[in-house]
Design a protein around this ligand. Sequence first.
Ligand SMILES: [Zn+2]
Length: 280
Amino acid sequence: MANLFSGLEEFGLNNLSNINIYDEQEKEEGNKDNKNSKVAFSEEDIIFDKTYNCPVCDSEFKSKMVKTGRVKLKSLDTDLRPQYLQADPLKYDAVLCPHCGYAALNRFFKYVTETQAELIKTNITAKFKSPADTGSIYSYDDAIARHKMALVNSIVKKAKVSERAYTCLKTAWVIRGKYESLPADTPNYKKVIQKLIKEEMEFINNAYEGFSEAFMKESFPMCGMDENTITLLVAELARKIGKIDESSRWISKILISRDASERIKEKARDIKELIKEEKN
Ligand SMILES: [Zn+2]
């Protein structure tokens, strides 16, 4: 079979020895796509410079953003962090004004009241130094720093608890992205990973506290998520930080809920399974 197409090289048709005549078309196309994306993909291809108007200092600036539809979803982590095939677009979610230091996650960026703008000017702009230009893509360190700036800003501007919690969660996700893709030849590899996991857990802890508080005080949808999704998220965050009984309570809430979708219930059962495994 392997040699079925040998001899076609002279027609310029190399690399045919692996193809199977009866592969379903879909499968074949999928393989082609994968090959192409491996060869031709660069992170620069999926990002562009988006122009923003800063709601705090009124200047115009550019920030890198992911083009829609350019990355394919690979999987969801148990805490709903999406992983994509080609790159990690989560790195680009924090927008930072290089003039005044105001930063926020993209979805919150433009919503600033006058009082909040004053708070930011007094507490952030006064001390802010514009970062050096970071080149054509954001490294994980750039991304983590930008997310932390967003978090500091959310605290200074006294943002809703849910916004702060969500910013913590997203920061944890970017840190996770960093250690998952850390090159194996990094000096002190194990230590670096341990330190990053510890840092991630601190953000997870804060995200848990924020979301469970917001759950009682705020209305839904929250950060684009409905009540069942937030319940699932809080359950998983609780499990991650070792609050097992609490996690089980949130899980039960979903499993007895009449309006939770089968997909959400499925995920709740997955978390219940993880809890069982941990107890054993
Ligand atoms: Zn600004």
